[in-house]
Design a protein around this ligand. Structure first.
Ligand SMILES: [Zn+2]
Length: 355
């Protein structure tokens, strides 16, 4: 009975998920800029990457605002067309355009790729700030695509062990946006559901196995409550973890699979899928179950079979995902979120957007 109610409750959600899969034939493109948080003089390069689908025309526009130390912004300038690509061939991707000059100080830049496909047109509209960001003690927007109150916000915090090499830190932020959030096969479909920021103050990540299990917070911590995720990117090799009460996790700046795994705990409350991890059962669309029978009972409604239900090691906890799911296999290789985790991600994004 409970399973039936769950199916009715989430049937529409799973139908929506299959719609996203059906939309795969449309062009899939991803936009990014570099440097991700440019100085006032650095020239910015814009890139449009294509995963699949036919693209007929691409246009790139920009608009600039000023921002002062109080965070007050001017009206945006009229949009300027920077470049048009007509009938770009598959081999011409990624499309790139580099400005001849920097944007200057105290600027917010919004660029827009207009993508005309054979079946649909769509936009990538992204806003970023230039360095130094004039608003004291506030995280700077470096890749903002939507309403901070409706989508997920992730603040990248440099560890004290990266404070002397912030260029590496900023390059890692760009890589994480472009090669984690815009690459993993499920979450890249929701590219309009994540904003990214860089924090001016450092934090310090602790090792889960050998140090106290609370990360050291940046001095402006109280200003970061708007963000559903905060990640301390660090250089030293440690065992990373998420602090659920703070929505704070850590990751090596060069390990994409860890970022994906820890953000899974933080953004969607996905539990670990390996024996010896941290286990709990969410009330809605869990990826861990406290009993084998409950796990089996939910299998069909989650696109799996009862044979998929199995114990994680000797933990006494059960799951449906195969070992390939990133919630079991994190690390250097970036594994995907498997089906049961995908349901939970979609649920979390929809819940956030309806707040
Ligand atoms: Zn999973």
């Amino acid at each position: 009975m409970k399973r039936c109610q769950q199916f009715i409750q989430y049937g529409w959600l799973l139908a929506l998920a299959s719609l996203f899969i059906a939309c795969k034939e449309q062009p899939q493109t991803f936009a990014v800029h570099a440097p991700i948080f440019p100085s006032n003089t650095e020239r910015v390069t814009y890139t449009l990457r294509r995963i699949e689908g036919d693209v007929e025309v691409v246009r790139l526009f920009e608009s600039v605002q000023t921002i002062n130390s109080a965070g007050t912004t001017s009206a945006p300038s009229a949009e300027v067309l920077l470049k048009t690509w007509n009938s770009p061939s598959a081999s011409s991707f990624p499309l790139t355009f580099t400005r001849s000059t920097g944007y200057g100080s105290n600027r917010l830049v919004t660029y827009r790729f207009e993508v005309v496909g054979s079946k649909n047109n769509y936009q990538h509209r992204i806003t970023f700030a230039t360095r130094p960001y004039p608003v004291p003690n506030q995280a700077a927007p470096v890749y903002v695509v939507g309403d901070v109150n409706k989508i997920m916000n992730l603040v990248f915090i440099p560890d004290t062990d990266m404070a002397s090499d912030l260029t590496t830190f900023r390059n890692a932020v760009k890589t994480d946006i472009d090669e984690v959030f815009h690459e993993e096969d499920w979450i890249r479909r929701f590219r309009s559901s994540y904003n990214f920021f860089i924090n001016p103050a450092t934090g310090h990540a602790h090792d889960y196995d050998t140090e106290t299990r609370d990360h050291e917070l940046p001095s402006n911590w109280d200003n970061l409550s708007f963000a559903q995720g905060k990640v301390i990117l660090h250089s030293r090799s440690i065992r990373d973890f998420n602090e659920p009460d703070k929505n704070l996790f850590s990751a090596e700046h060069y390990v994409k699979g860890t970022l994906l795994h820890e953000s899974g705990h933080c953004f969607y409350r996905l539990a670990d899928e390996y024996g010896g991890g941290v286990h709990w059962q969410e009330a809605e669309l869990p990826n861990n179950w406290s009993t084998l029978i409950a796990c089996r009972n939910d299998a069909a409604g989650r696109g799996m079979t009862t044979a998929d239900a199995h114990q994680m090691g000797t933990s006494g906890w059960y799951k449906l995902c195969p070992a390939s799911c990133v919630m079991e296999s994190s690390g250097a290789a970036m594994h995907p979120y498997e089906k049961p985790c995908r349901d939970r991600i979609l649920y979390a994004l929809l819940k956030r957007s309806s707040q």
